[in-house]
Structure formats: structure tokens, C-alpha cells
Design a protein around this ligand. Structure first.
Ligand SMILES: NC(=O)c1ccc[n+]([C@@H]2O[C@H](COP(=O)([O-])OP(=O)(O)OC[C@H]3O[C@@H](n4cnc5c(N)ncnc54)[C@H](O)[C@@H]3O)[C@@H](O)[C@H]2O)c1
Length: 344
């Protein structure tokens, strides 16, 4: 048996590599960082189209070969795992080619593909070739958010009756993480999203050129409604999620780092009424968790253990894409409610 797992990485931009040099971030903070830090891994190759700056080049291990062509890299290095952190419109082509080249474990930045048609094609190809694709919706790789999902299922705040949530900077760029986290947390108790209504945000909030801020309502299978609403990243970053249950409230705040629970108390002001306590109890945070570490370990386990599945896979990313596509359509069609066909 080989002593190490051989990994090749494609795309040494921000999430691929350079966020590793953000002094404030918990490390690893990038794909290359997570592979470098993992003791089971040999980072055999890195492929980057552009010239890698000297200051970054210095931090690449000596044993790692640098390529400009990923096909050549994969043919030469024959890695066990490939990770991809290139632009979203290249994910389809590169993932598809990696499968053709015989790669069985692929770590892919979100989204799975650029269009639903491409995503459908990829899902079939992934299944046919027995490939495991891990899509990096980072909260799926957060041990505290994973624990929270179980607590919600166990009824820690009773039956879930409302959810409200916020994001910044484009429905595709960041909204997709919010949609995915809501689905992750609520699937067990509410089923999957069955219909959506989308609204263009008209407050001139900052967003990428090709990616609008859409507000919306997601209706889950059991009729639970979750709203997603956009804010302005130029004012402040935000990823707050409020979940209301029959026995209390959970607030995920601090861009997902902290979880707070609010219990029901007797009203201090109105006789005969109960209300939510203003004081919360900490469930987790504010320290960030090692999400990249769990992503790397999950990928290695997917390679070495038959029964291990990706914590976030191609189908999850496809469903997130379907929801966002429908939100955009609805916002362009006088906010009509659009039904989705997602199997639970
Ligand atoms: N999961 C997250 O939290 C998160 C955060 C940021 C970005 N992303 C996603 O990661 C992806 C990359 O975003 P980014 O901000 O790092 O972009 P970026 O532009 O900083 O980096 C992308 C890099 O890929 C390289 N590249 C593109 N095509 C290539 C090819 N064929 N071969 C080799 N290199 C190639 C580019 O030269 C560039 O350096 C996007 O899909 C984005 O949505 C995810």
C-alpha cells in the first residue's frame, strides 16, 4: 500500500491559495493550505494558468511540481485526488475532463457547473464512473453546524415554524451558501425546498456585475417558510440565520461562527404571557472551526473507505443551483411562485 495520498490542485487564486496569507484567517484557509497541512497527503502538483507571484511561490513545497496545463499535470502525476478552485464557468469542463482521466475523488469549489444542463450531464457522468465529488459549501464541513443539524432534528427548540436569514454580495456568489446551509439545517425536519418566490432587491446594494441580490421565500416540503434577504457588503458582512421553534429560538450569527439559543420565559411585563428570553445561551463560537481540515479528511476517507460519502456532494450543489435559478426566474416574472421537483 502507498504511504501517502497523492493530490493535485488546479487554480491557485484566492480560495485555491492566496487566502492562506490573510493574517486574520484560521489556517488552513485555502485548498493548497489544507493539502499542505494534511500529514497523509503528498501535494504532487499545482496547476495555475497565470504566473504565481514569488512571495506565494516560496510557500509551495519543494516536492510539488508546478504546471500550466492541468491535463498534462494529471497524466504525469497520476494523483488519487484532484481539487479544483478555478472560475465557476470552468468547473464543468475541468471536472468532466478529470473524470475522463480516471480521477475518482474530486474536491470542487462551488458551484458544480455554470448551467443546470451542464450540472445534469455531470451528475450522470459522476454516477456512471463511480466518482465522489465533494463540493465546498464550507458550512457542511463545520463540526458545530453539523452538530446543530442533529440538535434541531432532536427537537432542541421543538417543532421549527419559521426561519429568516441574511446574506450579502450576490445570490450566486454568497446567497448559494445561505440556501445550502438552510437546506442542510432544515432538511431533516422540513424535507427539501418545494417552491420559491424571488424579489429583486431595489435598495442599490453592492453586488458583483453579473450576480444580483435577490430576496426570496423558500417553501419546504412540510410548508415551512424560510426567507432569504440581502444586505450591503459595503456596509457590513452578514450571514445571520434566525430559526424559530415551538420551544425557543436559535440564532446563527458572526458569519456563521456563533450559535445562540433563546429559551421561553414568563413575560416580565405582561401577566399570562410567555416570551423569548433576551439573554441567550451560547451553543458554539465565536472561534471559527477548521472547515478546510474536515474537507480534506472527508476527501481522504472517501478515497480510502468504501462507505464514506461526501459531506456535500454534486447533488447538493445541483439542488442549490435549481433553487437559485428558480429565484432568479421568479424575480424576473413578477414574483410568481415557482414549483421545484426535488426528491426527498
Ligand atoms: N467556498 C467558498 O467559501 C468560496 C470562497 C471564494 C471563492 N469560491 C469559489 O471558488 C472559485 C474560485 O474563486 P476565487 O475567488 O479563488 O477566484 P480567483 O480568480 O482568485 O482564482 C481562480 C484561479 O483559477 C485560475 N484558473 C482558471 N482556469 C484555470 C485553468 N484551466 N487551469 C489553471 N488555472 C486556472 C485563475 O488563473 C485564477 O488564478 C469560484 O468558483 C468561487 O465561486 C468559493
Amino acid at each position: 500500500m502507498k504511504k501517502f495520498v497523492s493530490v493535485c490542485h488546479i487554480g491557485a487564486g484566492r480560495i485555491g491559495f492566496t487566502l492562506e496569507f490573510d493574517k486574520k484567517r484560521l489556517k488552513p484557509a485555502s485548498h493548497i493550505g489544507m493539502w499542505k497541512k494534511n500529514k497523509q497527503v503528498k501535494l504532487s502538483g499545482i496547476c495555475e494558468k497565470k504566473k504565481i507571484k514569488k512571495i506565494f511561490l516560496k510557500k509551495i513545497p519543494k516536492e510539488t511540481n508546478i504546471y500550466k496545463n492541468y491535463i498534462k499535470m494529471i497524466k504525469t502525476e497520476k494523483p488519487d485526488i484532484v481539487s479544483i478552485a478555478t472560475w465557476k464557468d470552468t468547473h464543468f469542463e475541468i471536472t468532466s475532463k478529470c473524470i475522463d482521466l480516471g480521477i475518482k475523488i474530486i474536491v470542487l469549489e462551488k458551484p458544480l457547473a455554470n448551467t443546470l444542463k451542464q450540472a445534469k450531464f455531470l451528475i450522470k457522468k459522476i454516477k456512471k464512473n463511480n466518482v465522489k465529488v465533494l463540493v465546498n459549501h464550507r458550512r457542511r464541513f463545520d463540526k458545530e453546524i453539523i452538530k446543530l443539524r442533529k440538535l434541531i432534528k432532536s427537537g432542541i427548540i421543538g417543532e421549527i415554524i419559521q426561519a429568516t436569514s441574511y446574506y450579502v454580495y450576490g445570490i450566486l456568489t454568497t446567497g448559494t451558501h445561505l440556501v445550502d446551509t438552510l437546506r442542510m439545517l432544515l432538511n431533516d425536519v422540513a424535507g427539501d425546498v418545494q417552491s420559491v418566490t424571488g424579489f429583486k432587491n431595489k435598495f442599490g446594494l453592492y453586488h458583483p456585475k453579473d450576480d444580483e441580490n435577490i430576496d426570496g421565500v423558500l417553501t419546504f416540503k412540510n410548508n415551512l417558510k424560510a426567507t432569504i434577504q440581502s444586505l450591503n457588503i459595503k456596509m457590513y458582512d452578514n450571514f445571520d440565520i434566525y430559526i424559530y421553534g415551538t420551544k425557543g429560538k436559535i440564532l446563527i450569527t458572526g458569519i456563521g461562527r456563533s450559535g445562540l439559543i433563546y429559551k421561553i420565559i414568563k413575560s416580565p411585563e405582561h401577566k399570562g404571557f410567555d416570551e423569548l428570553d433576551q439573554k441567550s445561551k451560547k451553543m458554539f463560537g465565536p472561534k471559527p472551526r477548521n472547515q478546510f481540515g474536515l474537507l480534506a479528511n472527508n476527501a481522504i476517507d472517501c478515497l480510502l473507505k468504501k462507505n464514506v460519502k461526501p459531506l456535500c456532494d454534486d447533488k447538493d450543489s445541483f439542488i442549490d443551483m435549481m433553487i437559485i435559478d428558480a429565484l432568479l426566474k421568479s424575480s424576473n416574472q413578477k414574483n410568481r411562485t415557482i414549483k421545484l421537483k426535488i426528491k426527498n
